[in-house]
Design a protein around this ligand. Structure first.
Ligand SMILES: [Zn+2]
Length: 278
């Protein structure tokens, strides 16, 4: 069966289904390949040098913001700097690049959560992106803390939290499975105490109902990993267009090969051939 896997097409971010373990799929063109079954086999990726924008299909020499061409990167609201820094949302100034997109994606309920990916971190995401966002970050547990009225407001809450906790994942530690155990219910209670004054100020300005504390339970996530890497070496298709190795695990958006790890999301839009060699 697996001998017949030999597909060519444009790479996409890996779809993943929550569970223990998380079930991953490799998306190459229109083909969807269940990946968990391939752990323990030798796989190969060949990049043919063509990158095609995931928004407009134009070929581009370089990928911007994980899969876009330069014109789309400059034009789309999804590529604006306020997506990385939501506290800089400028919709209310009438300068959103695509107000309709903003209304559908930013002016909707967001979740401020705590996650344990390489230690405690805070993050925000659209309600509908839970738990996808957590899986993409390789979190082993995560818990919703607040539900807030907009992306902008979630950004302001996140800024307050960042005084007390990280907002990034140490991806090398995440990939080594080097993660401390944390009681997220307790961490959530501590964090809510620490930001109490900030929340009161934000509510006074944006409305009492704009920020709601939630009692939702935490979610545990296991990843399909057979062997944890002791050293994390990364593959880069821009420098080495042929990547081959024994698939030993999958976590976050990374394939863990015995020859190094590769961040599939980083190469969204790249046209590749994917094969199982065994
Ligand atoms: Zn484009």
């Amino acid at each position: 069966m697996s001998e017949s896997i030999d597909v060519t097409g444009r790479l996409r971010k890996m779809p993943a289904q929550a569970g223990d373990p998380v079930a991953y799929t490799l998306a190459v063109g229109d083909t969807r390949i269940p990946l968990n079954d391939l752990i323990g086999q030798t796989v190969r990726l060949d990049f043919d040098g063509v990158i095609r924008c995931i928004h407009c299909d134009r070929t581009t020499k370089k990928s911007f913001n994980q899969g876009y061409c330069y014109p789309c990167f400059r034009k789309l609201a999804a590529c604006d700097s306020c997506i990385m820094s939501p506290e800089k949302c400028h919709y209310h100034q009438g300068t959103c690049r695509e107000p309709e997109w903003g209304e559908a994606n930013c002016m909707v309920e967001h979740v401020v959560y705590l996650a344990n990916s390489s230690g405690l971190k805070v993050g925000i995401t659209r309600g509908s992106q839970v738990p996808t966002r957590w899986i993409d970050q390789g979190a082993v547990t995560a818990i919703p803390m607040l539900r807030v009225a907009s992306r902008y407001l979630s950004g302001l809450v996140e800024v307050a939290c960042k005084n007390h906790v990280a907002d990034r994942t140490n991806w090398r530690a995440m990939l080594k499975g080097d993660v401390p155990e944390l009681d997220l219910v307790q961490e959530r209670r501590k964090m809510l105490e620490l930001i109490e004054d900030d929340l009161a100020q934000l509510r006074a300005k944006h409305g009492q109902d704009s920020i709601r504390v939630v009692e939702e339970v935490s979610l545990g996530l296991g990843y399909p990993v057979q062997v944890w890497p002791s050293k994390v070496k990364t593959h880069n298709l821009d420098k080495t267009p042929e990547v081959e190795g024994l698939l030993e695990g999958i976590k976050g958006q990374y394939l863990m090969l015995d020859t190094g790890v590769i961040n599939i999301r980083k190469f969204t839009g790249y046209e590749v051939r994917f094969r199982v060699l065994d």
